[in-house]
Design a protein around this ligand. Sequence first.
Ligand code: ADE
Length: 356
Amino acid sequence: MGSSNHNVTQAILSWYHQNGRSHLPWRKKISAYRVWIAEIMLQQTQVATVIPYFQRFMQTYPTLKKLANAPLPDILHLWSGLGYYTRARCLYQTAQIIANDYHCEFPNDRQALERLPGIGRSTAAAIAAIAFNKPETILDGNVKRILMRVHALEGNVYDRKVIEQLWSLAEQYTPKQNCDDYTQAIMDLGATLCTPKNPQCTQCPIPKYCRAFKSNSVDQYPAAKPRTVIPKRECIWLVIMNKKGQILLKQQKDTGIWAQLWCLPECTAKDNIKAWLKTHLNLTVGPVKHLAAFSHRFTHLQLNITPIIILTTQTRIVKQNDWKLIWYQSEQQKLAMPTPVKRLLTHTLQNTTSQS
Ligand code: ADE
């Protein structure tokens, strides 16, 4: 490590010892298991959202063994609302591997961690560094932004060449000692001071090493993401309610972004709703009411959803196909559902019960 890099690292470490977010629950009672769960939850979700999920998860599955013995639907249910459910499925697979192949003990080297489902290079490094104090380098969104500013790098953080350059720079700041603290320090610096908007440069520990700061151009780094137009898909969600106030749910198949989650039956605007219900569910229905459309954004797709409320006197469904169906009544059923489904159900159940 060059002496200026060493100074940067030391300045970040001392700043962290005074200002780090030591209250975060995964920073207490540190273990590879707890760090792993936190890192996976934090991959695509904000700290404030993750905290209660992390706490519930630890109460339910305090050890890797408990998690490895849990049924996947229970894990998915606990994950409901965090989104990106592939993470929960990978969590389940990794727990099985560690229980079966590693006697419930996490491997402590990055290469072995990286071979586990759902653990990429940066997450493996974060676990190795934070839980085992190994001198491994992370490169998440926060670190990328800091390095782009400190080095006033032109180019785009999504560009493969830029990413290679960032890895190499990130390695140069990684200390051989105290890598556990340094890893959390650099995350905190990005999350609390070197933020995407309104960075707090006056409180930054390394302004004299920051090229963007010295040229008064912090707001220009990293370069704005080129706007991508994501495709839109229109769909109709059928909120079929019986006389008991229960709503019909259908379990998704084993593939796709919401695999195995419980969703509302779905058709397209082209379908004649009553004919669709007769064909697929052999259901005869009463009045049909359109609710206001809303959208749900995935990374690569925007789903425009029109919910339709349908009342039926039938409570028995004679199935016309291999769909897995259930009548849903309350939270107590503990079904894993995507957030937009859960919101729509809560809204519908509240509105229908308050009218009756
Ligand atoms: N973001 C990703 N990992 C984190 C961690 N361990 N602490 C705080 N923010 C994070």
